[in-house]
Design a protein around this ligand. Sequence first.
Ligand SMILES: [Zn+2]
Length: 253
Amino acid sequence: MRERSFHFWLWLTCCAWAAVIGVWGWRVGQIRAAGTGVSSDGDRLLPMPLAGDADHRCDWISPWQSARIPRSLRFDPPLGSEHGALVYNAQKFWEMNERRGGHHEGDDLNGIGGMDSDLGDPVFAAADGLVLYVTQPSPGWGNVVVIAHRTPDGQVLHSMYAHLDRFDVKPGALVARGGRVGTVGTANGHYPAHLHFEMRASDGVDIGGGYAMDPGNRLDPAATVASLRHAAPDDLSPAPMGRMLGAVTFKSP
Ligand SMILES: [Zn+2]
């Protein structure tokens, strides 16, 4: 009787562990599937994981790297003139996109010529910063650059430049406001050429899905740049850090 009872409890314990391991494996599989960047439909951006978990694949910023993030006294729009002229915002921050199943986490900036007329146009760093991420997380994202900035009051913000045709920066490099990040692209032909531009209040690089139901650390890019511009509307002066770094390309007025 006692022996049968022992076997019963052993069996029950094994069943319980099997259930725990099964649920854990399913959950890990779900998170990995969401993080691979390859959705069942390669033509659309990967949605955020349903649970809203962050993608920590690129969360590598050490205290030393964080200390190198330069303070930027001024921010500018990343496309067109330093005032953001010659550009329109085709899909504004937090517009609901039913087809993608979420709110847009950035601004979709286009040259005023429309369609692919801005293909290959230079994309500029919004502010002095440290380049954290230069890679292609998924076909739908295309080439992505993330740059960390420190605001005048010490807050770390990230700017993200997506669907690029070409990279002009390397990870770990310092870049000046107005320095060239890359060029406007189509994310492997998935969209008409445009720049998907995000601003984030972030400590780590979470690529995300471009659309979400919860804003998380995403900020309104146009409003954030405007609030940190700290420049007269007609001021076109390049960043002093650009002179220090030397080999950066400035946008022409
Ligand atoms: Zn977009």
